[in-house]
Design a protein around this ligand. Structure first.
Ligand SMILES: *[C@@H]1O[C@H](CO)[C@@H](O)[C@H](O)[C@H]1NC(C)=O
Ligand SMILES: *[C@@H]1O[C@H](CO)[C@@H](O)[C@H](O)[C@H]1NC(C)=O
Ligand SMILES: *[C@@H]1O[C@H](CO)[C@@H](O)[C@H](O)[C@H]1NC(C)=O
Ligand SMILES: *[C@@H]1O[C@H](CO)[C@@H](O)[C@H](O)[C@H]1NC(C)=O
Length: 387
């Protein structure tokens, strides 16, 4: 701090000296030096303007003009485009209550009167940085228009992605969330609600900063888009960490036979995403009666979706995780773990149901990967991972 202040003081002194000398030298108006200086200034100014327009995008300039009441002729939606265009700026000042209400709007006519290209919303629930972002950027490259990104991080975290990154300006208004508490479910609902504002988003995938994709974009896109069922772990665990966490005060809204458990990392379609954001029936019960040692983020969505749309659930997640080492936390993989054999183990030798058929491709994403895994992951050949 101290040294920075001193430097700027010294710079200030120098600038003062320069301008004082310049004032005398520069006085004759027709001096060619002044002309050159003027031209240089003009060019610099032009470059700054061009850069700013590029950085912010024309859309957001129009948006700013609009919100400052500059071009009031833009304010009314005059064409269908105005209704279906996603918000160009993800920052808004809606409260959660206002946001969830807005996100619950559903068209009653099911056939879209325009060519809707369904997108996947990748929703990152993080503390702050995304150390594996370069891997995701490689994965997403060339598939613009088929995905959108949303990031929920600690409100104090300032992201620094360059404008060329798909993560640039994709942060949503966030709040502090804690594992095992309702604030974690609130964060997930906030992500879903923001993503629902884009009517082209059809699938909603919750990811953490330690998740990676296991296949190329096209393979994942087709697997998910063609699935009749949404992917969320939902099982009936009779033990103390399953039914043992059920509280009888939840009846009759939640019966113990409907109580489910599952990991929070889900992949759900638009219909179920709306079920989650519109819920006012189950939320108060879970908020009141599922407190530690009941981990609400392991029960709320699996249970309420089972009651409301059990026949639409695959009852499994497609995010691979390794609990085999035991303990309270799953294994984290770093630099030395990333080998071809490792990927064989993660991707092969499973069995699961996909649209009622037995198949072996059961996992499309995996966790947890440490930042040190990034370099070896980027070096895996495209023919192995598919990107
Ligand atoms: C959002 O901003 C508008 C005007 O800018 C203001 O009228 C409104 O009260 C704000 N809402 C919230 C929830 O802060
Ligand atoms: C829960 O459901 C089962 C059958 O579905 C029923 O027999 C039982 O009475 C219900 N329990 C409560 C507490 O409502
Ligand atoms: C998932 O479980 C629900 C009941 O909890 C069931 O109705 C549904 O058929 C199951 N889904 C599949 C794909 O088996
Ligand atoms: C899937 O495999 C299991 C055995 O692992 C078998 O019982 C079941 O009938 C198979 N289902 C289908 C749809 O082929």
């Amino acid at each position: 701090m101290q040294s920075r202040v001193m430097v700027s003081l010294e710079e200030g002194k120098e600038i003062g000296v320069l301008s004082r000398t310049n004032r005398f030298k520069v006085l004759p108006l027709r001096s060619p030096r002044l002309l050159v200086l003027f031209t240089v200034l003009c060019v610099v100014f032009l470059v700054i303007i061009v850069y700013t327009v590029r950085l912010l995008g024309v859309d957001s300039l129009v948006m700013n003009a609009r919100s400052s009441g500059f071009g009031s002729c833009y304010e009314e939606a005059t064409s269908l485009e105005d209704w279906i265009r996603p918000p160009s700026n993800l920052m808004h000042n809606m409260s959660d209550k206002e946001l969830l209400w807005r996100a619950s709007f559903v068209p009653r006519i099911k056939k879209y009167p325009f060519a809707r290209v369904p997108k996947i919303a990748f929703m990152f629930l993080t503390k702050g940085p995304l150390p594996l972002a370069p891997l995701w950027e490689k994965f997403l490259k060339g598939h613009e228009g088929l995905y959108s990104i949303y990031i929920h991080s600690l409100p104090s975290y300032q992201a620094t992605f360059p404008p060329s990154s798909p993560f640039y300006n994709r942060q949503i208004p966030s709040q502090v969330s804690e594992w095992g508490r309702m604030s974690m479910c609130d964060a997930e609902r906030r992500l879903l609600a923001n993503a629902l504002l884009d009517i082209s988003n059809e699938w909603f995938i919750l990811l953490s900063e330690s998740c990676i994709p296991l296949y190329g974009f096209s393979a994942i896109y087709h697997y998910i888009m063609k699935s009749k069922y949404s992917f969320i772990g939902a099982f009936d665990d009779p033990g103390p960490y399953g039914r043992g966490r059920y509280n009888e005060n939840m009846a009759p809204v939640v019966n113990i036979t409907e109580w489910r458990k599952g990991s929070q990392w889900f992949e759900i379609n638009r219909r179920l995403a709306i079920n989650i954001v519109e819920d006012t029936r189950f939320y108060p019960k879970f908020e009141q009666f599922c407190r530690p040692a009941c981990y609400v983020d392991e029960h709320y969505f699996p249970t309420m979706l089972t009651i409301q749309a059990g026949n639409l659930l695959a009852n499994r997640s497609i995010t691979w995780v390794d609990w085999s080492r035991g303990g309270a936390h799953p294994a984290t993989f770093g630099k030395t773990d990333i080998t071809l054999d490792f990927f064989k183990r993660v991707r092969e030798g499973h069995k699961c149901l996909y649209n009622g058929r037995n198949i072996t491709v059961c996992f499309l994403f995996a966790r947890k990967f440490a930042p040190s895994a990034l370099e070896p992951l980027l070096q895996i050949e495209p023919r192995v991972l598919g990107f």
